[in-house]
Write a protein that binds this ligand. Structure first.
Ligand code: AMP
Length: 250
């Protein structure tokens, strides 16, 4: 069983994101980039399936500029077998990414496609469901457990107020939630080995996709500054402030 994993290059989750002075976008100058954390979880799940003898090959795919090859190499160091970059400008919208991933799905015919539930830069949560629709595949989103059982995959989904288990016919799409697994660290020997693994580059035209944009980012601005808190001496002072300053109790 072939597993395709989509990995996105995003700002490292430890970086405090700043908007550009003109508010046109996020400032990515000299900012540390990394693999999207939910994609790391997706890679880990695929590699575990291969280690368990369920999957035979794990392919990591990323859509973006040449720099996203760094994140494909990270996925290869974590255990993916080979990589695919679909070369585009940075910041293509989820619908375009989904169409390009559909092109890769048509070429590779994987039985399972694992994506992150969300990218931490755009917070879109759109690509997996859009790919499911375009490829006409069943999908299990927000997965906290994935069990392949013959020609089906059972996905435990984290939904509001509990868990839902769905059984999907393969080929299927899964999007990973935080509790699906705890990704391993790449060892130095594996980082070295990853440099030699196969990495193919396709253009959108190779996949028969025309890159068009349907949305424009109007503005990027930081959240309003939060006011500093204060420490009160005792409960009486707290009650007094809630009553007379904040006026939230009477
Ligand atoms: P989003 O819909 O942007 O929140 O992204 C959800 C998931 O779709 C990510 O965690 C990735 O698995 C996948 N994805 C989104 N954008 C890309 C991209 N440029 N390249 C590869 N995978 C992507």
């Amino acid at each position: 069983m072939k597993v395709l994993v989509a990995v996105k290059r995003v700002v490292d989750h430890n970086v405090k994101v700043r908007a550009k002075a003109d508010g046109s976008d996020v400032d990515l100058n000299n900012v540390k980039m990394a693999i999207n954390p939910f994609c790391e979880i997706a890679v880990e799940e695929a590699v575990r399936l291969r280690e368990a003898g369920v999957a035979t090959e794990v392919i990591a795919v990323s859509v973006g500029e040449k720099t996203c090859q760094e994140q494909i190499r990270t996925a290869l160091a974590l255990g993916a077998d080979r990589g695919i970059q679909v070369e585009t400008e940075t910041g293509v919208e989820p619908l375009v990414v989904a169409k390009l991933l559909k092109g890769v799905v048509d070429k590779e015919q994987p039985q399972l496609v694992i994506l992150g539930k969300q990218s931490i830069d755009g917070d879109n949560s759109q690509t997996g469901p859009m790919l499911g629709a375009l490829a006409n595949m069943a999908q299990g989103t927000f997965a906290s457990e994935v069990v392949v059982d013959g020609d089906k995959v059972n996905v435990t989904r984290e939904v509001d107020g509990g868990l839902q288990i769905v059984s999907l016919n393969l080929p299927a799409i899964v999007t990973s939630d935080l509790r699906l697994n705890e990704p391993r660290y790449a060892s130095l020997p594996n980082i070295m080995k990853a440099k030699k693994k196969q990495l193919d580059v396709y253009s959108p035209a190779d996949l028969g996709v025309e890159v068009t944009s349907h949305l424009t980012q109007v503005k990027a601005e930081p959240p309003a500054e939060r006011q500093a808190g204060i420490i009160v001496a005792d409960v009486d002072e707290l009650v007094d402030k809630l009553k007379n300053e904040a006026k939230v109790i009477s």
